[in-house]
Design a protein around this ligand. Sequence first.
Ligand SMILES: Cc1cc2nc3c(=O)[nH]c(=O)nc-3n(C[C@H](O)[C@H](O)[C@H](O)COP(=O)(O)O)c2cc1C
Length: 264
Amino acid sequence: MVALIDRARHWIVMTTPSRRQPNIAEAQPANASALDVMNTLPDPDWYEQVNGVEGPTVYTDPENAPVRILGIGGTTSEKSWSLVPLDIALDRAAAAGADVVRATVYELDLPMFRTDWKLEQYPPTLPWLLDQIRQADGIIICSPTYHGTMSGAIKNLLDMLIFLGWDKPAYLGGKPVALMAYGGMTSMGVLSGLTQVVRGLKGITVPTHIAVPERAVDRERIEITDERVLDRIDEMVTELMRFARQLRQPHQAPNIPPRRGGVR
Ligand SMILES: Cc1cc2nc3c(=O)[nH]c(=O)nc-3n(C[C@H](O)[C@H](O)[C@H](O)COP(=O)(O)O)c2cc1C
């Protein structure tokens, strides 16, 4: 993994924060559970300066700011081969002028999603991830192939995005998402599964998706040498960057007053 770390050094922001260094964003529906978000419409006051409620946090992307690309991938293990294609794609995006951030399953270290848990009950890596998604103009998701589809850990992470349900726009609202799978002969199932989840989250999948065969990764050099795979990664990243520039828009996260008596 040394080569990966060397390659990533020029990235502006690289990895998720350690769980020991909380980085809880200010504007989070921290006292809401997933059930609250699912079953309640957002209160308009949460987006206004009314009744003591602070205004929303608005993530704007000025015309001239670099495009921001968030990469999501990896497994519950520290060393994950599926991070190799993700890192190459992020590298290409950085070379094209993007600010890139990488969120790995291992570093996020999220528990299983629970509908009754409030956001504040999760480790601080979850609000960090939600904030990175809000700021992202484009996203790359790379999952290993597990029993013909995406890994449970990647799906678990994506289920957590229910906490973006009160945002404007909600969830991945109109953001372009590039999809990658890593594995053997059944990895197309990953891409089709991810396509459905991203659609469910109101994201827009970019046309070129990639099933990277395990044999394409040179495990000695920790590199992909197959030119066809590299060309396809280039094509995908070029599309993602173009859509990210064209579709970027302000993203609002609500501020919510504290609960009184435990019930809103
Ligand atoms: C639980 C499990 C299920 C797997 N199922 C498949 C599969 O259905 N098809 C396939 O091609 N590879 C399968 N594999 C192999 C993985 O795709 C491969 O080991 C993995 O992508 C390696 O990447 P990683 O180092 O990031 O885990 C499976 C691996 C595991 C651990």
